[in-house]
Design a protein around this ligand. Structure first.
Ligand code: 6PG
Length: 239
C-alpha cells in the first residue's frame, strides 16, 4: 500500500485535486484495461466532484459506475446516494444506462438486496468463488464517528470478510455497503474529508494505535494507493 495525505486550502481546491487524480486513474485504466471502474461515496462532500466530472469530455462508454454504499431507500428518495450522483453527474452526460450499477433497495429485505448486488459484481468481474475484484477507484467519505461507506462503529458489518457486499446499520437503519475486504482490494482508495468536525476522528484514524471496531476508517488499508484529501479545517491538527 502507498499512502498519500494532502491538506488542501479549501473544498474547491480539494475537489480540483480529486478530479486531477481521478482523471489520471481513468487514463491509466483505459490504457491498460480498456475500462475504468469506480465506486462512488455518498454524503455531501463528493457532490462538487461529481459535478466537475460531468463537465469532463470522457469516454463514458468505457466507464462503469458503482456505489460503495447506499441508504435503504428508493433510488429517487432525497436521501439516496444514487439520486445525488445522478443529479450531479450521471444524468448530465451521455452515460450508457448499463454502465450505471446502483445498489438495489427494492426487495424490502436488505440482506436480499445485498446478495443481489454481490451477484451483480461477481458477474460483472467474472469472479471465481471467494475472489474479490479490484476497483480502479473507490471513493470514500468519513463521518465524525470515523465510519466510512456504511461501515459504522461496533457493527457486525465491520467483521464480514467472506463476501463483497453486506448490510450496514446506522442507528438501527439498514444500509447496503461494500465490505472491508472489497474496499481493500482496490487499486486506489480516495477519502474526501472536509470540516472541523472531522479533526477528532481523523486523529484517531491516523493514530499509531487504535481499534478499527471503534474507528472503522482505520480498517481501510488497500492493496493499492490510499489517498486522504483533507481540507484545511479537517487537517488542521495533523502533524
Ligand atoms: C453515506 C456515505 C457516508 C459518508 C460520510 C461522510 O451514505 O452517507 O457513504 O459514509 O461518506 O458519512 O459524509 P459527508 O461527506 O456528508 O461528511
Amino acid at each position: 500500500m502507498e499512502k498519500f495525505i494532502e491538506i488542501l486550502a479549501n473544498k474547491e481546491e480539494l475537489t480540483k485535486r480529486a478530479l486531477d487524480i481521478i482523471l489520471a486513474k481513468i487514463q491509466d485504466a483505459l490504457q491498460s484495461r480498456d475500462q475504468f471502474t469506480i465506486a462512488l461515496a455518498g454524503g455531501s462532500t463528493p457532490k462538487p466532484l461529481y459535478e466537475a466530472l460531468a463537465a469532463q469530455p470522457l469516454p463514458w462508454n468505457q466507464i462503469h459506475v458503482f456505489w460503495g454504499d447506499e441508504r435503504y431507500v428508493p433510488g429517487d428518495h432525497p436521501d439516496s446516494n444514487q439520486r445525488m450522483a445522478r443529479q450531479a453527474w450521471l444524468d448530465r452526460v451521455n452515460f450508457p444506462p448499463t454502465h450505471i450499477h446502483p445498489m438495489p433497495t427494492a426487495a424490502n429485505d436488505p440482506s436480499s438486496d445485498a446478495e443481489q448486488y454481490n451477484r451483480e459484481l461477481e458477474q460483472f468481474f467474472d469472479l471465481n468463488p471467494g475472489e474479490f475484484p479490484a476497483f480502479d477507484v473507490v471513493l470514500l467519505g468519513m463521518g465524525d464517528d470515523a465510519h466510512t461507506a456504511s461501515l459504522f462503529p461496533q457493527t457486525e458489518a465491520l467483521t464480514v470478510a467472506d463476501r463483497l457486499i453486506t448490510v450496514g446499520n446506522k442507528d438501527g437503519q439498514p444500509r447496503i455497503t461494500f465490505t472491508v475486504p472489497l474496499i481493500n482490494q482496490a487499486r486506489c482508495v480516495m477519502f474526501l474529508v472536509t470540516g472541523a468536525n472531522k479533526q477528532q476522528p481523523l486523529a484517531q484514524v491516523f493514530a499509531s494505535q487504535g481499534d478499527g471496531m471503534i474507528y472503522p476508517s482505520r480498517l481501510i488499508q488497500p492493496v493499492g494507493e490510499l489517498w486522504w484529501l483533507l481540507d484545511s479545517e479537517a487537517g488542521a491538527n495533523l502533524t
